[in-house]
Design a protein around this ligand. Sequence first.
Ligand SMILES: Cc1cc2nc3c(=O)[nH]c(=O)nc-3n(C[C@H](O)[C@H](O)[C@H](O)COP(=O)(O)OP(=O)(O)OC[C@H]3O[C@@H](n4cnc5c(N)ncnc54)[C@H](O)[C@@H]3O)c2cc1C
Ligand code: SF4
Length: 340
Amino acid sequence: MQPFQYIRPASLAEMVMAEREARSRDAAARTAYIAGGTTLVDLMKLNVEQPDRVVDLNAIAPAFSAITLDGSTLRLGAFAKMAAVADHPAVIGGFPVIAESLSLAASAQLRNMASLGGNVLQRTRCAYYGDPAWTACNKRAPGSGCAARDGVNRQHAVLGVSDHCIASYPGDFAQALMALDATVILVGAEGTRSVPFASLHREPGDTPDAETTLRPGEVITEFVVDGGPWARRSRYLKIRDRQSYEFAVASVAVALDLVGDTVRDVRIALGGVATVPWRAYDAETMLRGRSLDEAAAADAAELAFASAVSHTHNAFKIPLGRSAIVRALLETAAMEVRRD
Ligand SMILES: Cc1cc2nc3c(=O)[nH]c(=O)nc-3n(C[C@H](O)[C@H](O)[C@H](O)COP(=O)(O)OP(=O)(O)OC[C@H]3O[C@@H](n4cnc5c(N)ncnc54)[C@H](O)[C@@H]3O)c2cc1C
Ligand code: SF4
């Protein structure tokens, strides 16, 4: 681990000011924020992340850790712990896909430590990215190549890939936010802004090192999720190599509004198979207004993977992902939910 400056601002205003001053002194210096530290510290020990400054957000965290239901709108502080959100009755009752995505993520110890903001910004688990002994990794060292394309790529993505990077996005909670059309609140030197969560992550293209649309120095303070019938009828299906704890090989978040067995609205988000939290928009459009039976679900699954590109070891993710979509749609349709 290389030496770094450690800062622990007492307030958001102090953090923004310190960051502005630091940037005016040295615009190229790298800042890393630390919340639970469960991703960042590992990557620093591996010399994958080498920040010049580590800004500890934990003095600010209590002000942005609340879980509140404002009418039918759920507001989740970005520093709320994964476990606290997964276990919250308002989340379990009104937004089950969020509770399930969090309770199926990582281990109990990690969920007690890790924050929502850190969770959505966790880095890929591509083994070549996490091991600097491999020199070819465009995400870690832009322009160096991609060891995974001709290497071991069983865990890698089939959707949203580019010639420059095929790393899969590893998190679970992000798929629930995608399926519920969540909004994310960001604070930085230019003030506060609110953006659709779906626009937070960037597909790799030819700059896989640029993973998000965050502006320099911006922090996530809150996630905002509107409730409704689709949120109550929602679920998260996670397929993984072992049940105790493991990242998704394929996962599906579904939010569904049914009238009888006809689809009034549906949102489908995919994890484990794509470079970013992924929405299957074409599949959703095809399903709206249709009766939801196995044939319709299979048609949706086919469409969802129409643009998939596989490599040596990960072609199995395409049929697996399709089956997961069919199962998730039919199980979500069969859920007992109250309508009000
Ligand atoms: C063994 C293991 C298994 C795991 N399994 C899963 C799994 O199955 N599913 C899953 O989803 N995750 C899994 N994880 C990942 C885990 O959930 C994340 O490490 C955790 O959620 C990160 O949260 P944190 O608060 O510790 O983030 P940190 O490590 O503190 O930060 C992570 C990143 O986010 C940035 N950051 C943090 N908070 C903010 C903020 N508010 N604004 C801006 N930037 C911020 C940091 O700068 C850093 O780049 C696993 C991790 C481990 C170690
Ligand atoms: S898939 Fe992406 S993260 Fe993995 S080696 Fe290739 S460029 Fe690096």
